[in-house]
Design a binder for this molecule. Structure first.
Ligand code: AMP
Ligand code: ZN
Length: 471
């Protein structure tokens, strides 16, 4: 399996650290608002990654953090905790906000057929582990304390920008950075590991005791603490959206490698942005679309998954309602074709010879495509070629489609099951077919009407009658 490693800027052959087990860490949501469909694009990419690893026979130990504290809005001196802000706005407690949006996130991923990571770790449940790393960093001289915070000293860490390959002087300070006005801070790029309750943090609701007084952790430290707690160090794969390269992941590497003197993760994978009119979709930008918005316009969430899979994860994807409509129509056609393949009339078509060999060939092609750095557009084209191939028997096509769907996650089995035809209707169809073959059209038509009465339409295709529920 080939994956593109941001660390080396190369496609590399995946070589797991432990034989068959892959440690996978995927940065999770900041739960102060609904996820937008840009965030969800990244979670779909990570889900395809996990499913592809499983198709290749690996067991995947996947961990995801939930950021429920410490992620600041960061307008220079007035950076505030996003969750505390939202709590004030909604007149709720910070804990209620975090719980509400965490649940909303779980609902969203379920509707997109994203497997819930086995280990979900809210940052607030891992405070002692975060304190432990900060202590280590102080001991080893990578961190220093001021009267307002504990900072990571980026100049002490060799190769601080090895992931982003930026010059330190160019390092973009993005909305991710925690900036408070602190004259004791050594370098502007130093980032906070722990905030004390000073200045505008005086009334910060989430607070814990620490060796540096009461306060709360910076945003980046949770991922170092949680990944190491579950996966040890180094582990195999770490992922996120590309915005994480320059700041969050760069800081995670500095913290974990500074504290333990060994690499954090072997492979770093990053998903490109979902954009609208060339602008990144962002929570704080005006172009915020949620899954709920799509549903209000009568789109099924799974159609959005198809839309996402139609582009490679390392390419920008432009969202448009027309584009989504196109994906929804294509998926409808796909479900229709699968239902035809699953219909008794179609299944009865005998499997031709060499089906096994041909099926293995198709599966190999599919696997090669998806193993090539998760090439989902190619994988989808192989799916369509499979369905169109005249030499494959219907049941071969169906079982191949189901196999591909273990990676694609487009809900093929559910789509086919939903339209399961009752036995009585099938019997009527068979009887009608006999009348039709014998040219007894009046009797055949009477049965057709009875079936309509039962809610089923029959369509005569070159391969036999096809029953479809009337919508
Ligand atoms: P957040 O909840 O803001 O921490 O973001 C959750 C995930 O979504 C992170 O992995 C981000 O890198 C990713 N992300 C943020 N904006 C976008 C976007 N427009 N398109 C794709 N992924 C994004
Ligand atoms: Zn993270």
């Amino acid at each position: 399996m080939l994956i593109y490693n941001t660390l080396t800027r190369k496609k590399e052959v995946l070589k797991p650290i432990h034989k068959n087990l892959i440690g996978l860490y995927t940065c999770g949501p900041t739960v102060y608002n609904y996820a937008h469909i840009g965030n969800l694009r990244t979670y779909v990419f990570e889900d395809v990654l996990q499913r592809t690893l499983e198709l290749n026979g690996y067991k995947v130990k996947r961990v995801m953090n939930i950021t429920d504290v410490g992620h600041l809005t960061s307008d220079a001196d007035t950076g505030e905790d996003k969750i505390e802000n939202e709590a004030k706005k909604e007149k709720k407690s910070v804990w209620e906000i975090a719980k509400f949006y965490t649940n909303a996130f779980f609902r969203d991923i379920k509707e997109l057929n994203i497997e819930k990571p086995r280990y979900i770790a809210p940052a607030t449940k891992f405070i002692p582990q975060q304190i432990k790393i900060i202590k280590k960093l102080l001991e080893r001289g990578y961190a220093y304390e001021t009267s307002k915070a504990v900072y990571f000293d980026v100049l002490r860490f060799k190769n601080y920008t090895k992931l982003s390959r930026q010059k330190l002087s160019e390092k973009i300070t993005s909305a991710r950075e925690e900036v408070i006005h602190d004259p004791e801070k050594k370098n502007p790029q130093d980032f906070a590991l722990w905030f004390k309750l000073t200045d505008h943090f005086k009334n910060h609701a989430m607070r814990w005791l620490s060796p540096w007084g009461a306060g709360f952790p910076g945003w980046h430290i949770e991922c170092s603490a949680i990944s190491t707690a579950f996966l040890g160090q180094p582990f195999d794969i770490h992922t996120g959206g590309i915005d994480h390269i320059a700041v969050h992941h760069t800081n995670e590497i500095a913290q974990s490698e500074g504290a333990y003197g060994k690499p954090l993760a072997k492979y770093w994978l990053h998903g490109e942005f979902l954009v609208i009119d060339e602008k990144r979709m962002g929570k704080s930008k005006g172009n915020f679309i949620t899954l709920e918005n799509l549903k209000k316009k009568r789109f099924k969430p799974i159609a959005y998954r198809y839309f996402v899979l139609s582009a490679h994860y390392r390419k920008k994807l432009n969202f448009s309602w027309d584009g989504l409509e196109g994906a929804a129509n294509t998926l409808r056609k796909l479900y229709n074709d699968l239902n035809w393949l699953a219909s008794p009339a179609s299944k009865a078509r005998g499997a031709g010879k060499k089906q096994k060999g041909m099926a293995a060939g198709f599966l190999r092609r599919f696997q090669t495509a998806i193993n090539d750095d998760l090439n989902t557009p190619k994988a989808l084209s192989i799916l369509w070629n499979t369905l169109k191939n005249p030499l494959l028997a219907p049941r071969t096509k169906l079982s191949l489609a189901f196999k591909y769907d273990e990676v694609l996650g487009l809900g093929f089995k559910a789509a086919v099951k939903q339209t399961k035809i009752p036995r009585a209707v099938i019997k009527l169809a068979e009887k009608r077919e006999l009348y039709r073959i014998n040219k007894q059209f009046v009797q055949a038509d009477a049965l057709r009407k009875r079936m309509i009465g039962l809610g089923y339409e029959v369509q005569d295709t070159p391969l036999g009658p096809w029953l479809k529920p009337i919508p």
